[in-house]
Design a protein around this ligand. Structure first.
Ligand code: GH3
Ligand code: MG
Length: 392
């Protein structure tokens, strides 16, 4: 939709018409939009000056937000760089929540930002703002200080106090220009403050800047989560590593003792694994470890933890499970190993395992003592012929 200069003046201030280049009441040549063009060939595409969409670059290929690339003009990730070159479809967008009770201003903002590739949600009451902020997790909220009967400052405080919405940046829009109003908004945690009537160009620049910061924070958070996962994961099997167990085990022991719940430990080990390596090679050995890890994972409950303890040893920690329950779990894994051999050049190789099972004792027990008992029970299983479960 094309706005007349008069409509725009009325809605958002006199200087806007000039800023957008109005001729005979129609917008003909808007100024450069700092965020780049809209990506859908709509009017926004004509309005931009960049040749590359860096407003909402989230690629379909990986299903991962690559909004980090909204941060800089030059994408940093190869997949995204290639994605742009190949003209792939953008499937994700950054989301803006416009909380504004004036229908005209809200409509103008919606059209302006939608044209530029943003997904725009709209709220005209405080309750809607809180609800949409929680449910839709916008990347930015444009918040009117007077939202009908609701006070934008109070809403900002509520949004910042709720962990679900605390990280969403807020830009205040308001006709209240006094310095102390502006300072108050910023002190409440808003990232910016745009007085009404505003110049659209300036608002776009401020929104762009806030979104770039948000995108870089999201990317950092995602990388941090990725790193945390890597730190706790065994690369070969995808099971947890000992570092993770060290952090979780103390928690589980405290919980089990407090609620008088059972907590079982199982030490598993592949029988004659060295032979498999020697006869078929190390990479077939690796496949065997992955197979066992997959079977173990498939049998576990959500609260169970499986750790690659050593080379071909796995430790399982099973909350709310006694030693008989743990032994049954091992039997299920053994049954699966009899069903699912490794296949090497058409030849089936069946893995066998031995296991030591123990349970945390109600009094005077420790993590180290329980793990040691599981280890001793495993040793006994080995000594007494392998391919079996022993209790410790
Ligand atoms: P046992 O029945 O008594 O357990 O005999 P075993 O041959 O399984 O046990 P041993 O401890 O003698 O050998 C374990 C082997 O596991 C030796 C080592 O080369 C192998 N191993 C350890 N880590 C890996 C790994 O990541 N990949 C592969 N392929 N082999 C591994
Ligand atoms: Mg072994």
């Amino acid at each position: 939709m094309v706005w007349s200069a008069r409509q725009r003046d009325h809605l958002i201030g006199r200087s806007l018409g000039a800023g957008l280049g109005v001729v005979d009441g129609e917008v003909v040549d808007p100024p450069p939009f700092p965020l780049g063009p809209a990506t859908d060939g709509s009017a926004g595409a004509r309005m931009g000056h960049g040749d590359r969409p860096h407003f909402a670059p989230i690629m379909e290929e990986t299903g991962v937000d690559h909004r980090v690339d909204a941060v800089a003009n030059a994408p940093t990730d190869d997949r995204v760089r290639h994605g742009i070159g190949a003209g792939r479809k953008w499937v994700g967008r950054m989301k803006l929540l416009v909380a504004e009770d004036d229908d005209g201003v809200r409509q103008l903002l919606r059209e302006t930002f939608a044209e530029r590739g943003l997904t725009v949600e709209e709220a005209w009451t405080g309750a809607q703002t809180l609800q949409l902020a929680r449910e839709r997790q916008p990347d930015l909220i444009l918040l009117d200080v007077q939202l009908g009967d609701d006070d934008g400052f109070a809403l900002c405080r509520q949004l910042k106090a709720d962990p679900a919405t605390a990280a969403v940046p807020i830009i205040f829009l308001t006709a209240r220009h006094a310095v102390h109003d502006r300072v108050r908004g910023l002190e409440l945690g808003a990232v910016d403050y745009v007085p009404k009537p505003f110049e659209l160009e300036e608002l776009l620049a401020r929104v762009g800047s806030a979104l770039r910061v948000k995108a870089s924070q999201d990317a950092l958070r995602a990388r941090q989560e990725e790193l945390e996962t890597l730190v706790h994961t065994d690369a070969l099997t995808g099971l947890y590593n000992r570092r993770f167990l060290d952090e979780r085990i103390a928690q589980e022991v405290v919980r089990a003792q407090r609620y008088r719940q059972a907590l079982a430990f199982v030490m598993l080990d592949i029988d004659h694994f060295k032979r498999i390596n020697d006869v078929y090679g190390h990479s077939i050995g690796d496949q065997g470890l992955r197979l066992l890890a997959d079977l173990v994972r498939a049998e576990l409950r959500l609260t169970d933890v499986a750790v690659r303890w050593g080379g071909e040893e796995f430790l399982l920690m099973l909350p709310a499970t006694d030693r008989d329950g743990a032994a049954r779990l091992v039997e299920r894994i053994r049954a699966q190993l009899r069903r699912l051999p490794l296949s090497v050049d058409g030849q089936a190789i069946y893995l066998q395992i031995s296991a030591g099972v123990t349970e945390l004792r109600a009094e005077g027990d420790s993590i180290d003592a329980a793990v040691e008992r599981a280890d001793q029970a495993l040793l006994q299983a080995k000594r007494t012929g392998r391919d079996r479960v022993c209790f410790g």
